[in-house]
Ligand binder design. Structure first.
Ligand SMILES: Nc1ncnc2c1ncn2[C@@H]1O[C@H](COP(=O)(O)OP(=O)(O)OP(=O)(O)O)[C@@H](O)[C@H]1O
Ligand SMILES: [Mg+2]
Length: 416
């Protein structure tokens, strides 16, 4: 009986997989696709709940309601004990994550025609940087959520190690591999020795040389781009009549996926009203009010994300911002984006270095860089890693599927 599955609950996209006689198999979760965007929409007009692409579509179609994305970023943060108001009721973030993973489980079971009672969940190497207690709490919270959903057996594997297992299914010779998994929320690295012969061994501890990670991912790049190029158009950086700067907190809320809904509270609205008489740039302030009043900040964030993705292929993109102002179009250059993410680039590079230092391995000993995760496509990140590992061969994994498939390999090893 195949009762175990792997679940990759991602900041941006989630997958589920099980192990079959043909190897790991990702399960179709929405419209025949194996990814389910990690998004929930509470549709208040229709009094219904939508997940994944359907959630994003309903939000964009303009239904009244509440969209939640990047829920994983709440794990390990002080916000996890809070919630968001939906139709006058407080919905805790824990139950929201449970609601999403529960739906994912149901769809996976339906696709696999089996009930799963054991799960290997992926986890980033660090849910929380530099705070072991908060990091452990994040894992415990996720484990509790999974148990509440009916999984009798719950265990974890680092996401990049899972991806290494998926890659090892295909290799033909021994390779010292650095797995580079740059997702929506975190950048994770594992330094592993892989070979066809080692694949079947029960104890792989001597092949797992090091893992490292940092809480920096694609959603942070969206935030930086937004703060650098878009939020100034709504008044970030403007002075008040009393000479002080307009408080920046609302701009940070609007630019950060998992805090957008905090900008829609009555408290924020009151603060904005109190600031109104002090405002010097009325035009920009009115744009800010419009975005908050119309609750269009997720739409704005999607445009920023799309622009970021387009900048991986083009050196400049045109960004219309009708949610801010019908007449507003920005021309964004890749250089502007790269300047905005300089700190994030450095942090990801340092995390890669940390894996080598831990293992006592030199960069020129690495045979292969195995790339997975959507944000691994950012050219500046690629260039930073290529400069560190000039001798290594780059292998493209399945950007969205390697971790989930690898978790199914681990699930079979652990639970049969
Ligand atoms: N071509 C691209 N260029 C730049 N970024 C991209 C590209 N394609 C996708 N992304 C970004 O990749 C991120 C999503 O990647 P992915 O689905 O691997 O993350 P995740 O697994 O959900 O997150 P995590 O593993 O960090 O929890 C998003 O921030 C998305 O904008
Ligand atoms: Mg991921």
């Amino acid at each position: 009986m195949n009762h175990a599955c792997g679940i990759d609950f991602g900041t941006s996209n989630s997958t589920a997989a099980h192990y079959t006689t043909q190897g790991p198999r990702l399960l179709a979760l929405e419209e025949g696709k194996v990814t389910l965007p990690s998004a929930v929409f509470f549709n208040l007009d229709e009094d219904s709940l939508a997940f994944g692409r359907a959630a994003l579509t309903e939000y964009l179609e303009g239904y009244e309601g509440r969209l939640m994305r990047s829920m994983k970023s709440l794990l390990g943060s002080s916000l996890i004990d809070q919630g968001t108001e939906v139709a006058g009721r407080m919905l805790s973030f824990k139950s929201l994550i449970g609601c999403f993973i529960g739906e994912l489980k149901r769809r996976a079971e339906q696709q696999a025609s089996t009930a799963f009672d054991a799960v290997v969940l992926g986890r980033p190497v660090r849910f929380v940087d530099d705070n072991d207690a908060a990091d452990a709490l994040a894992e415990r919270t996720l484990a509790d959520i999974a148990r509440d959903l009916g999984f009798a057996e719950v265990s974890f594997q680092f996401e990049p190690i899972a991806a290494a297992h998926a890659y090892e299914e295909d290799i033909t010779r021994e390779e010292l591999t650095l797995v580079v998994d740059i997702g929506g929320g975190t950048s994770d690295f594992s330094l592993v020795r892989l070979s066809p012969e080692r694949r079947g061994k029960a104890d792989r501890s001597s092949d797992l040389l090091a893992s490292s990670g940092v809480h920096v991912g694609g959603t942070d790049l969206d935030k930086r781009l937004s703060l650098a190029a878009i939020m100034p158009e709504l008044g970030l950086g403007a002075a008040l009549k009393n000479g002080a700067l307009f408080p920046s907190s609302v701009f940070f809320q609007l630019a950060t996926w998992h805090t957008i809904n905090f900008a829609y509270t009555k408290k924020t609205w009151r603060t904005l009203q109190e600031l109104a008489p002090e405002v010097t740039d009325a035009a920009r302030f009115n744009r800010l009010l419009a975005v908050v009043r119309q609750q269009s900040a997720h739409h704005l964030a999607m445009r920023v994300e799309d622009a970021k993705i387009a900048l991986s292929a083009a050196v400049a993109v045109d960004l219309p911002l009708p949610e801010v102002d019908n007449a507003l179009r920005l021309e964004l250059a890749r250089g502007t984006f790269e300047d905005a993410i300089a700190d994030e680039l450095a942090a990801v590079g340092n995390a890669a270095d940390a894996a080598l230092t831990q293992a006592g391995i030199r960069a020129d000993e690495i045979d292969t860089l195995f790339f997975t995760g959507g944000a691994s496509a950012v050219p500046a990140l690629r260039a930073a890693l290529a400069a560190r590992f000039p001798a290594a061969r780059a292998v493209e994994g399945d950007a969205y599927g390697s971790v989930g498939a690898g978790l199914a390999v681990v699930a079979r090893q652990r639970y049969g």
